[in-house]
Design a protein around this ligand. Structure first.
Ligand code: C5P
Length: 253
């Protein structure tokens, strides 16, 4: 059997060359990292959950007309996606203060913001993904003004979609991060949602209890990350109730 070509190994995913030009296979690993990889663990089943959840969100976005890189899920851990040129920015949308914003501005976590706030961080692990302004982005040519208009519009559409879907299952969307990719269709180029959308890259709080159902469970040692992600997947109907993401065949005596 021919070995497939690995294109890139990231912290939570590995990318392989896809079966056709312009396609890529995303493999979701069980590796969890936080604080720029200072904290690491392997969490059995996380890759499966994120693969299924990212599929769910990307398909939903496509269905409401928000373009994404998603083509199809291949198996429990892999999905086929369009190859894109990644814009070197992490696009963060916040509805409630939390994490670095709460700390930076001295706002209590959970305070509702007057309106969704979009922030940009430069994708650079060595620098710890620093917060940048649109001035930096324009001056250093990381994205054009037209790109920034499109990115803002995509980010706010994703926010409305995700916030609504989550609200429907009793979960508050505190904030999230997306990545944007450029694709070329003939003479035209456009921007689409890429990478993944999963509890690794969102903050999700149960509306009734305030319980955290996202990667903060790992970052802050709040219990089982698999249980938290399974709860999100079960509420969305992505995983049947009572199933475990890494269920193995049982031996019958
Ligand atoms: O850490 P911070 O509060 O800036 O994170 C805001 C949101 O972006 C959180 O939902 C977090 O999970 C996500 N994020 C991410 N990847 C990063 C930084 C933040 O998914 N490198």
């Amino acid at each position: 059997m021919a070995r497939r070509k690995k294109i890139y190994e990231g912290k939570a995913k590995t990318l392989y060359e896809g079966p056709e030009p312009g396609t890529i296979i995303q493999y979701f690993k069980d590796d969890a990292t936080a604080f720029n990889a200072e904290k690491k663990a392997v969490i059995e089943g996380k890759g499966v959950l994120n693969n299924m959840l990212s599929e769910y969100f990307m398909v939903g976005l496509t269905n409401i007309g928000v373009p994404t890189h998603f083509i199809k899920r291949l198996n429990m851990r892999e999905q086929l996606v369009r190859a894109v040129e990644i814009i070197p920015l992490e696009v963060i949308v916040r509805n409630y203060a939390a994490g670095t914003m709460a700390k930076r501005l001295g706002i209590d976590e959970g305070t509702q913001l007057p309106r969704p706030i979009v922030e940009y961080c430069l994708k650079d692990d060595k620098l710890g993904d620093p917060l940048v302004t649109e001035e930096h982005i324009a001056a250093f040519g990381w994205a054009s003004q037209q790109d920034m208009d499109d990115i803002l519009s995509l980010a706010l559409r994703v926010n409305d979609f995700l916030a609504g879907v989550m609200y429907g299952v009793g979960i508050k969307l505190i904030d999230f991060k997306i990545e944007i990719g450029r694709v070329y269709d003939g003479d035209f180029q456009r921007l689409i949602v890429a990478d993944e959308i999963s509890p690794d890259s969102c903050r999700l709080w149960d509306i009734a209890t305030g319980r955290k159902l996202d990667k903060d469970v790992f970052r802050r040692d709040l219990g089982s990350l698999t249980d938290a992600y399974t709860e999100v997947a079960t509420r969305l109907g992505v995983m049947p109730k009572g199933s475990t993401p890494m269920a193995r065949p049982k031996l019958i005596n």
